[in-house]
Design a binder for this molecule. Structure first.
Ligand SMILES: *[C@@H]1O[C@H](CO)[C@@H](O)[C@H](O)[C@H]1NC(C)=O
Ligand SMILES: *[C@@H]1O[C@H](CO)[C@@H](O)[C@H](O)[C@H]1NC(C)=O
Length: 465
C-alpha cells in the first residue's frame, strides 16, 4: 500500500509536470514598441486579469521579469538578433547572458522558453546571412549554459515566419526554402529534437488571405464556416487556413526525417484596422479570428491539426497592445487585443469558455473586398509643423526627383506652406516607392486619402489600386 501510494503520487506529479509544460492556456505577446503604453506593472495586471497562461517578451527586460515573479504566468524571453553571433562564438557570452537574465529571476518568474532572435531567417541581406549560420550554434550554447545551471526545464527555440517554406500549399507539399534547408533548418531540427524543444512559428492566416482575398474564402481564414478543403496529396480534410499553414510545416519537417517535433505558435492574430487598401483589417474579423482561435486551441479534448490530431499547440496571440512605433503598413500598428491606452479593442475571453452569443455584437465593417481606385498620401491634420518640415527635408534630400515640382517656379511650389509641400512630397515618394515596400506613414505624419489634393497646374502623383 505505501509503495502503491508513493508510485501514485509520483505518477501524479509526473502528469502534473508534463501537463504544466504543455498547458493549452493562451499566451500573449507583450511587445513594447509604443510611445504611449501603460507602464509594465499595469500591463502585467491586465495580462493577469485577461486570464492568459503565458506571456512572451521580445527581450529580457529586468523590470518586467521582476514584476512577473510570483504570478502564474509562464514566460518566454528573447535574445536580440544582434547578440546571436557573439553568443554563437563564445560560450562565456552565453553563460553570462543566462546568469544575467535568467538565474536572478528563476524560479519565482516562471521562465519556460528562451527564444534566440526573432524571425532571423526572414532577412536576406549579406550581413544577416552570417546570423543564419550562427543561429543554431547560438541555440546550442544557450542550451549548454542552461544545463550548467540545471535549468533544462527551460526550452530553447527560435521563432520563424512562414517564409521559411518554399512551398506550402497544399500542406502535403510543404518544403523548406532551399537556401536554408540544409545549412540551417536541418541542424535546427536536430537540435530541437534532441533537446525535446519546440518549433516556434509566427503564423498569420491574415497575410495569405489579404494577399488573395478573392481566392481564399474569408470564413476559412476566420475558422468560421462549413467550408472544407481536401489536400489531394495526403487526403486530409481542412476546415481552416491556420491548420493548413501549420501542417505544411509538419510535412516539411517530416520530409527531413523529423516527424515528432512539437509546434508552438509564437505569434498569430488579426489586425483591427489598417490602410485603406488593406482588406479585411477590421474589428469584426479580428474579434472573430481571435475568439475562434482561442476556442480551438483550448478545447478539451484537444483538437490539434489534421496531420496531428489531439496534440496541444501552445499559442501566443499577437499582441497585447496596439504599438504606434512600428513602421510599415497601417495594420502593423493595430494588432492589439487592447488599444495603446489599455482599453479593450473588443471583448475576448482567453479561457474560451464564453460562447459566441455571449459576446457583445460588433458593427459590421465593409472592407473585406479589395479597394479599387486611386489613393494619395498627404500630411495628416494636426501634426507638429517642425517634424513635418524635417520630414519634407528628408524625403526631398532622398533625391530621385521626388520633389522636383516643389522647386521655386515649378507647378507645385505655391502655396509655400509646410503642409502643402509635405503632402506633395509624401504622395510623390509613396507613388514611387510603394511597389518596393514604401508605406504612407512617415512616423504618423502622413495619411492616405481618396480625395485628389491636386490644384491648378499642380498634379499630385497617386497610387492606383
Ligand atoms: C568571450 O566573452 C567574454 C565575456 O564577454 C570575454 O571576456 C572574452 O574576451 C570573449 N572571448 C573571445 C575569444 O572573444
Ligand atoms: C529524435 O529524437 C528521438 C528521441 O530522442 C530519437 O529517437 C530520434 O532518432 C530522433 N530523430 C532523428 C531524426 O534524429
Amino acid at each position: 500500500m505505501p509503495t502503491f501510494s508513493l508510485n501514485f503520487v509520483l505518477l501524479l506529479s509526473l502528469i502534473f509536470i508534463s501537463g504544466a509544460e504543455i498547458s493549452s492556456k493562451i499566451g500573449i505577446n507583450y511587445g513594447q514598441l509604443g510611445s504611449n503604453l501603460p507602464p509594465p506593472s499595469l500591463a502585467i495586471e491586465m495580462i493577469k486579469s485577461m486570464k492568459a497562461g503565458r506571456v512572451k517578451l521580445y527581450d529580457a527586460n529586468h523590470e518586467i521579469l521582476r514584476l512577473l515573479s510570483g504570478t502564474n504566468l509562464q514566460v518566454s524571453i528573447m535574445i536580440p538578433n544582434n547578440e546571436i553571433s557573439d553568443i554563437a562564438n563564445n560560450q562565456t557570452r552565453s553563460d553570462e547572458w543566462i546568469l544575467n537574465n535568467v538565474v536572478p529571476f528563476y524560479p519565482d518568474t516562471m521562465i519556460r522558453f528562451i527564444l534566440v532572435g526573432n524571425e532571423v531567417l526572414s532577412y536576406a541581406s549579406d550581413r544577416d546571412r552570417h546570423v543564419w549560420t550562427d543561429l543554431v550554434p547560438a541555440m546550442r550554447r544557450v542550451w549548454q549554459s542552461l544545463k550548467a545551471q540545471n535549468l533544462q526545464i527551460i526550452r530553447v527555440g527560435t521563432p520563424v515566419a512562414m517564409d521559411v517554406l518554399e512551398t506550402s500549399f497544399p500542406p502535403s507539399t510543404g518544403t523548406f526554402r532551399s537556401d536554408i534547408q540544409r545549412t540551417v533548418v536541418a541542424p535546427m531540427l536536430e537540435f530541437l529534437n534532441e533537446t525535446r524543444s519546440f518549433f516556434f512559428v509566427d503564423a498569420y492566416p491574415y497575410f495569405p488571405w489579404s494577399a488573395n482575398p478573392m481566392d481564399i474564402n474569408l470564413d476559412f481564414a476566420l475558422f468560421n464556416g462549413n467550408f472544407e478543403q481536401i489536400d489531394g496529396g495526403s487526403g486530409l480534410v481542412y476546415t481552416n487556413l491556420l491548420d493548413e499553414m501549420l501542417d505544411s510545416l509538419i510535412f516539411a519537417m517530416t520530409k527531413l526525417g523529423y516527424s515528432d517535433i512539437r509546434l508552438v505558435i509564437s505569434e498569430t492574430g488579426w489586425p483591427t484596422t489598417g490602410d485603406i487598401e488593406q482588406p479585411g483589417a477590421n474589428l469584426p474579423n479580428a474579434a472573430m479570428y481571435n475568439r475562434n482561435l482561442v476556442k480551438r486551441i483550448v478545447a478539451k479534448p484537444t483538437i490539434g491539426t489534421p496531420a496531428r490530431p489531439g496534440v496541444v499547440i501552445p499559442t501566443f496571440i499577437f499582441a497585447l497592445f496596439d504599438e504606434n512605433q512600428k513602421s510599415g503598413p497601417g495594420t502593423e500598428r493595430h494588432w492589439g487585443l487592447l488599444s495603446s491606452d489599455g482599453s479593450p479593442n473588443y471583448d475576448i475571453d482567453l479561457t474560451g469558455r464564453k460562447s459566441s452569443v455571449e459576446y457583445d455584437p460588433i458593427p459590421v465593417v465593409e472592407n473585406n473586398v479589395p479597394f479599387r481606385g486611386r489613393l494619395w498620401c498627404v500630411a495628416a491634420r494636426g501634426v507638429d509643423l517642425m517634424e513635418l518640415g524635417a520630414a519634407v527635408t528628408d524625403v526631398c534630400n532622398g533625391g530621385d526627383g521626388i520633389c522636383e515640382e516643389l522647386m521655386p517656379g515649378r507647378e507645385c511650389y505655391e502655396p509655400v506652406s509646410v503642409h502643402w509641400h509635405a503632402s506633395y512630397a509624401f504622395s510623390s515618394y509613396w507613388a514611387r516607392f510603394r511597389s518596393q515596400g514604401g508605406s504612407c506613414y512617415f512616423n504618423g505624419l502622413a495619411e492616405e486619402t481618396t480625395i485628389d489634393p491636386s490644384s491648378g497646374l499642380c498634379r499630385f502623383p497617386s497610387v492606383i489600386f
